[in-house]
Design a protein around this ligand. Structure first.
Ligand code: CP3
Length: 339
């Protein structure tokens, strides 16, 4: 049914004809076609919550950039909202939560989300599935519980995440209760995404890098494993940004693919994770170089992964002011690469 299932076969560790490629945040502001749609709406949330439009911007990078997968257009912050903690997306500033969680009373006002709270994303996947007609697989996604917890406690991004981290010391039971609620919500949500047509699932632990190793295991990895262990229908990718210290522990997580950010040592990751497919990890800033520089940086990156199951990507989301021609140069270099 799928005309191009390269990324799925790579995730499963099968021998493949070439390295598959997609970019985190490919459905977004790098494309003028995205900005045109976005401009006529009241804001980011309207796009996320309008399934026809979310499907359209999900497919744009497949049409324009010719990537090997579509990632459904949504945000990791739909989960806290579905649990009873709404977010706002402020222009130029990012997400803000008017209410945050800091006590047992706050926790009481929240509930475990059900997919019925998130029908707009589920509907967007169904439309995307129909319109893609098997051209490439669809990646479903969610935030890792620790990253979602951080937003729910901080109320926005943060330099230190000291409010979220403080709670792990002062109210560890409360922290575990909230993390468990997020985990249950996320499992149900990812399963609904898969039911609707997602062929893969990625868990984004964007703020993994702020925790000490022992806390990372207790407050993040443990919940990621609950999610990965529950998703048996499709290959799972775990991208824990900054968690170089926990790479070895990813062996104990029931995922097929581990995402690497651009700081990570690829040789070390290959040695530590012989059974996992690796995804990444070109520095997003490498795309600001000339086309010739992009091509050579991409080849160099591919050389480092040589001999290991690999899905080419950047080490984090593509920055909004990146020239799409340079993104294309990255993609085309991966496709033309022979080791
Ligand atoms: O990857 C894709 O193309 C699919 C869509 C996607 C978005 N957000 C759309 C988006 C995905 C996978 C995300 C995940 C996400 N959202 C993460 C994890 C990945 C990462 O970058 O670490 C995080 C931490 C968020 C939270 C979030 N959403 C922030 C911090 C911001 C503001 C910063 C920014 O990039 O502008 C957003 C907004 C957001 N999410 C935009 C898009 C396209 C830009 C808003 C706009 O178009 O106005």
């Amino acid at each position: 049914m799928l005309k191009n299932d390269l990324i799925l076969r790579t995730a499963r560790g099968e021998n493949v004809e070439r390295t598959p490629v997609w970019l985190m945040r490919q459905a977004g502001r790098i494309l003028p076609e995205y900005r045109t749609i976005r401009q006529r709406l009241s804001g980011f949330k309207e796009l996320v919550e309008t399934p026809e439009l979310a499907a359209e911007v999900t497919i744009q990078p497949v049409d324009i950039l010719d990537v090997d997968a579509a990632i459904i257009f949504s945000d990791i912050l739909v989960i806290p909202e579905a649990m009873g903690l709404p977010y706002e997306m402020e222009e130029k500033k990012g997400p803000v939560f008017p209410k945050t969680v800091s006590s047992a009373a706050d926790l009481k006002s929240l509930h475990v989300a059900t997919p019925e709270d998130l029908t707009y994303t589920i509907e967007a996947i169904k439309i995307t599935k129909r319109e893609l007609n098997g051209r490439v697989p669809i990646i479903g996604f969610a935030g890792a519980p620790w990253t979602i917890f951080s937003y729910m406690v901080e109320g926005s991004g943060s330099k230190t995440f000291s409010k979220a981290r403080k709670l792990l010391y002062t109210m560890p039971d409360l922290a575990h209760q909230l993390l468990q609620m997020i985990t249950q919500s996320t499992i149900a949500y990812l399963k609904a995404q898969i039911q609707a047509g997602a062929n893969m699932a990625q868990v984004f632990d964007s703020w993994a890098g702020v925790l000490p190793y022992e806390q990372y295991k207790a407050f993040s990895l443990r919940y990621i494993e609950q999610i990965a262990g529950a998703i048996t229908e499709v290959p799972v990718t775990v991208f824990a940004k900054g968690a170089f210290f926990a790479l070895k522990d990813m062996n104990d997580v029931s995922c097929q693919t581990v995402g690497l950010d651009w700081n990570m040592n690829v040789q070390e990751a290959k040695a530590l994770l012989p059974q996992k497919t690796l995804q990444g990890n070109l520095d997003p800033c490498a795309l600001y170089g000339s086309i010739a520089q992009v091509e050579s940086a991409t080849k160099k990156m591919l050389d480092t992964f040589n001999g290991h199951a690999h899905i080419a990507n950047l080490g984090h989301g593509v920055y909004p002011d990146t020239n799409p021609d340079h993104v294309k140069a990255f993609i085309n270099t991966v496709k033309a690469y022979t080791s």
